[in-house]
Design a protein around this ligand. Structure first.
Ligand code: GLN
Length: 541
C-alpha cells in the first residue's frame, strides 16, 4: 500500500520548503523506503519552460525532456533518482486535461466544476505517479503558501485524499517561517499560527510541522507551535540555518523527524544509514582547498537562475577536496569597458552558462576570448558552447563577423544556426530540442578521458546548433569536436587540446550531477582550476 506525504508551506515562499521536502525524502530513503517526489506549481503555465529564469529561477530539464520547476533538480540531487516530467504538476496541465475531456464529451450533461472535476484530475495525476513503480512513499509538495487563491484546488485534493486513502496512509506536513525580531531577538510564531489556522479552515489537520528559523527554536516556541497546531510536541521540528542545504536532512533526523514520520506511516523499515551522506557533507563543508570561479551570465542578479550549475560545480569541488566560490558577473560589464576583462585574472576558472537572446552575448564572447588567450580554464554550457564557437571563428579562424543567427540574422558567417527541424516551429511551449539524447565520444580526447566511455546520454534544451558548413574551417584551426550525435550531424562537445583546459558542450551536464557523483566535465573543469591555482601542470585525467 503506497503512502502519501503532503507538504505545504506557510507565511512566505522561498524559505526552503523544497529543501525540507527533499530532506524528508532522504530520511525515508536512508531507512529503506522507495520514494518519489511530486512538485505542484499552482501557476497557470503548462510548464516552467516559458518562464523567465530571472524571475522564477532555472528551468530544470528532466531525462524525458520536461521543462520543470527547479525543485525537481533538488529532489534528484538529494535522492539520486531521475524523475519523469509527470512529477511536476501545474494548474495549466490540470485545466488543459479537464477542458479536453469536456470538449470530448466525457462529462456530457453535467456542469464541470472545480470540485469534483478539477480536484479529481489532481488526485488522478498524483495516483498516476504512484502507480508507475512500486513506491512505498509518494511525497507531494505544493508550491506557494497556504492561502494563495491558485493553490486552493490542490489543497482541497490533498484533503480528499485522506478520506480516500485512509488516515494511516496520509501525512500532512507544514513548513513555515518563524522570524526572529532583530530588535528584541524574539522568535515569533504568530504568522505560523495563522497559516495553521488557514489549513484547519479548509479541513486539513496537520500531523507534523517544520519551523524554518535562522536559529534552533527555543523550547517555549516549540511548545507553543505544538499547542496551537494541535499536534504533539514530538511532531514539531526546526529547520534552522546551516552551512549547506545538504545538512538539513541530518539536523531534522537528529531531532527525530525520520523516526516520527515512519512511525506515523506505520512502517519501520531499517535503521537509517547516513554514512555515505555524512561523508559527502563533511567533504563538502570542510574542503582543503579553494577555487574561485567567474560565472559570466545574463541572469547574474539571481543565483537561482544557475542553481544546477552551482551545485554541479560544488559537487565537482567536493570530489577534489575544493570548496568552490562563484561570482555571478553580468556579461554586459565587458561590453561597456574592456579593461574590466582584466578582473578575470583573479579567477581560477571562467564559466559561461546557458542563455537566450542577444543581450550580453558580446560580453560573453569577450570573456571567452580572454579565457582562451590567457589560458585560464574554461567551461561553456549550451549558449556558452555556441558562443565559444563564435569566438573561435572570429578570432582564430579570421571570420570577423561570425555570429549566431539568434543574435544577428544577417551575419555573413552564421557559424551557429537554427536546427533545420526548428525552422517551421511557431509555438514556443516545449518545442526546443529537449531531454536526454545519445552522444558518441571520440577516443583519445579530453572528453573521452573524462567520461571514460564512448557513449553518454545528456540532457538538452536548445534550438540552435553548430552550422555544418563551418565544421571544417573550425577543425582546421585546431578546434576538436570530441562529442557528436550518433548520426554525426550534430556537434555536442568541443575542446582545444593545446589549452590548459578548454571544454564546452551543447548539452547541460549539470542536470545529472549528484553529490558524490559529479559530472565528469564539471569535475575536469574544477580539477583544472585547482591544478592551475596550485601551480601544477595540466591534469592528466
Ligand atoms: N539560445 C541557445 C539555443 O536556443 C542556447 C540555449 C541554452 O543555452 N539553453 O540554442
Amino acid at each position: 500500500m503506497v503512502k502519501y506525504v503532503f507538504v505545504t508551506g506557510g507565511v512566505l515562499s522561498s524559505v526552503g520548503k523544497g529543501v525540507v521536502t527533499s530532506s524528508i525524502g532522504k530520511m525515508l530513503q536512508v531507512r529503506g523506503f522507495k520514494v518519489t517526489v511530486i512538485k505542484i506549481d499552482p501557476y497557470v503555465n503548462v510548464d516552467a519552460g516559458t518562464m523567465n529564469p530571472y524571475i522564477h529561477g532555472e528551468v530544470f530539464v528532466t531525462e524525458d525532456g520536461g521543462e520543470t520547476d527547479l525543485d525537481l533538480g533538488g529532489y534528484e540531487r538529494f535522492l539520486d533518482i531521475n524523475l519523469p516530467k509527470e512529477n511536476n504538476i501545474t494548474t495549466g496541465q490540470i485545466y488543459q486535461a479537464v477542458i479536453n475531456k469536456e470538449r470530448r464529451g466525457d462529462f456530457l450533461g453535467r456542469c464541470v466544476q472545480i470540485v469534483p472535476h478539477v480536484t479529481d484530475e489532481i488526485k488522478r495525476r498524483i495516483r498516476l505517479v504512484a502507480e508507475r513503480s512500486d513506491f512505498d512513499v509518494v511525497l507531494t509538495e505544493c508550491g506557494g503558501t497556504v492561502g494563495d487563491i491558485e493553490g486552493q484546488p490542490f489543497l482541497e485534493a490533498f484533503r480528499q485524499m485522506r478520506l480516500e486513502e485512509g488516515f494511516e496512509n496520509t501525512v500532512y506536513i507544514h513548513v513555515a517561517l518563524v522570524p526572529i525580531l532583530e530588535v528584541t531577538g524574539e522568535m515569533k510564531t504568530k504568522p505560523l499560527q495563522h497559516s495553521v489556522n488557514e489549513l484547519r479552515r479548509i479541513g486539513i489537520q496537520l500531523d507534523t510541522m517544520v519551523a524554518r528559523c535562522d536559529e534552533m527554536i527555543d523550547a517555549e516556541s516549540l511548545r507553543k507551535i505544538a499547542l496551537f497546531g494541535t499536534i504533539p510536541r514530538e511532531a514539531v521540528f526546526c529547520s534552522y540555518t546551516v552551512p549547506s542545504i545538504y545538512q538539513v536532512p541530518l539536523i531534522l533526523d537528529e531531532q527525530g523527524m525520520g523516526e516520527y514520520i515512519s512511525g506515523r506511516l506505520g512502517v519501520q523499515k531499517r535503521k537509517p544509514d547516513w554514512k555515505n551522506w555524512r561523508e559527502f557533507v563533511d567533504s563538502f563543508e570542510n574542503p582543503r582547498h579553494h577555487v574561485k570561479i567567474a560565472l559570466i551570465g545574463k541572469y547574474a542578479g539571481l543565483a537561482d537562475s544557475y542553481i544546477s550549475m552551482r551545485e554541479a560545480l560544488r559537487h565537482a569541488g567536493a570530489a577534489c577536496e575544493a570548496g568552490v566560490s562563484i561570482d555571478y558577473i553580468a556579461a554586459e560589464k565587458f561590453e561597456e569597458d574592456l579593461t574590466e576583462l582584466e578582473l578575470l585574472k583573479n579567477y581560477d576558472g571562467i564559466f559561461v552558462p546557458y542563455g537566450f537572446g542577444p543581450r550580453g552575448t558580446e560580453g560573453k564572447i569577450r570573456a571567452i576570448q580572454f579565457a582562451r588567450e590567457s589560458d585560464i580554464p574554461f567551461l561553456g554550457i549550451c549558449y556558452g558552447f555556441q558562443l565559444a564557437v563564435v569566438e573561435f571563428a572570429r578570432n582564430a579562424c579570421g571570420l570577423k563577423e561570425a555570429n549566431s543567427t539568434e543574435i544577428n540574422q544577417h551575419t555573413p558567417h552564421p557559424v551557429i544556426d537554427l536546427m533545420p527541424e526548428q525552422k517551421d516551429i511557431q509555438r514556443k511551449g516545449a518545442t526546443m530540442r529537449l531531454g536526454a539524447h545519445k552522444i558518441m565520444i571520440k577516443s583519445a580526447t579530453l572528453s573521452y578521458r573524462l567520461y571514460k566511455t564512448e557513449e553518454i546520454y545528456q540532457r538538452h534544451r536548445h534550438r540552435w546548433e553548430v552550422n555544418q558548413n563551418y565544421w571544417e574551417i573550425l577543425e582546421k584551426h585546431g578546434l576538436v569536436f570530441s562529442g557528436k550525435s550518433p548520426d554525426g550531424r550534430r556537434m555536442e562537445i568541443l575542446e582545444l587540446p593545446d589549452r590548459f583546459f578548454f571544454l564546452a558542450s551543447q548539452f547541460h551536464s549539470e542536470f545529472k550531477s549528484r553529490p558524490r557523483k559529479p559530472d565528469p566535465e564539471y569535475y575536469g573543469f574544477v580539477k583544472a582550476c585547482l591544478s592551475r591555482k596550485l601551480g601544477k601542470t595540466k591534469p592528466k585525467f
